[in-house]
Design a protein around this ligand. Structure first.
Ligand code: GDP
Length: 231
């Protein structure tokens, strides 16, 4: 299947109304953890967000949840290695957990930064049974950098399903975005665990946010989600 932006025509795109419905409900910060022991016990579905520092991850989580300050602003000293968990859905009976993973290093940093990220996060990725998908955020201006590529390979090896989300698309002209989508689409076809659809988003303009909400709603257990499509 060809890669297509979530906000473009796509016959397989999940139900936007379910996404809107899910994100209209409660979203609570659960906790920030620095070690496996601190992980919240959960059997409900979970999705995680990963990306290089400054890719726009906090902005995206805030845009999805419609809250300006839910995801702590990036680069807060001492907080950068935490996994932050949010529970989304009915209060007391959430439908899905969102896990905000620590940002990994800038392209010009050395390998060791990705390795450092790996130690903490790989244990989570490999041991987290309810984890349905990791959204790997890629800055639309820069495309897939070496450390993004490394992370994608790690996810392939760990057999963790992931989906690329382009961020800051408002900074590109339409033609540039199309070229970026083609280029990243060709790249992900070489990765076994990558979802074929690419989400193109702008937290600033709101583009692609409804589509990504729908994608997340589609990953919740329908019985727990409790959404009923209108006939
Ligand atoms: P994080 O380190 O990945 O959590 O990144 P942030 O969410 O803190 O964003 C990093 C920078 O990119 C900030 O200056 C944001 O204002 C900016 N940014 C984030 N998302 C967007 C977007 O969709 N469009 C534009 N133009 N800027 C963005």
């Amino acid at each position: 299947m060809a890669a297509a932006p979530l906000n473009g025509p796509d016959d397989d795109a999940p139900d936007a109304e379910a996404g809107r419905w899910l994100f209209a409900q409660s979203c609570e910060f659960v906790r920030g953890v620095v070690a496996m022991e601190g992980l919240p016990a959960t059997e409900i579905a979970e999705v995680a967000f990963a990306g290089r520092s400054n890719v726009g991850k906090s902005s995206l989580v805030n845009a999805l949840t419609g809250r300006k300050t839910l995801a702590r602003t990036s680069n807060t000293p001492g907080r950068t290695k935490e996994l932050n968990f949010f529970a989304l859905g009915r209060a007391g009976a959430p439908a899905i957990m969102l896990a905000d993973l620590p940002g990994y290093g800038y392209a010009r940093e050395t390998r060791s930064r990705v390795n450092e990220w790996t130690d903490l996060v790989m244990a989570y990725l490999q041991g987290r049974v309810p984890l349905r998908r990791v959204f790997v955020l890629i800055d639309a201006r820069h495309g897939v950098k070496e450390n993004d590529h490394e992370v994608m390979l790690l996810l392939d090896e760990a057999a963790v399903s992931y989906q690329v989300v382009l961020t800051k698309t408002d900074k590109l002209k339409t033609g540039e975005l199309e070229m970026r989508l083609k280029e990243v689409g060709a790249d992900i076809r070489r990765h076994v665990a990558a979802h074929p659809r690419i989400a193109a988003t702008s937290s600033e303009k709101g583009d692609g946010i409804a589509g990504l909400r729908a994608e997340i709603a589609s990953l919740a257990d329908p019985a727990v989600l409790g959404y009923k499509a209108r006939p």
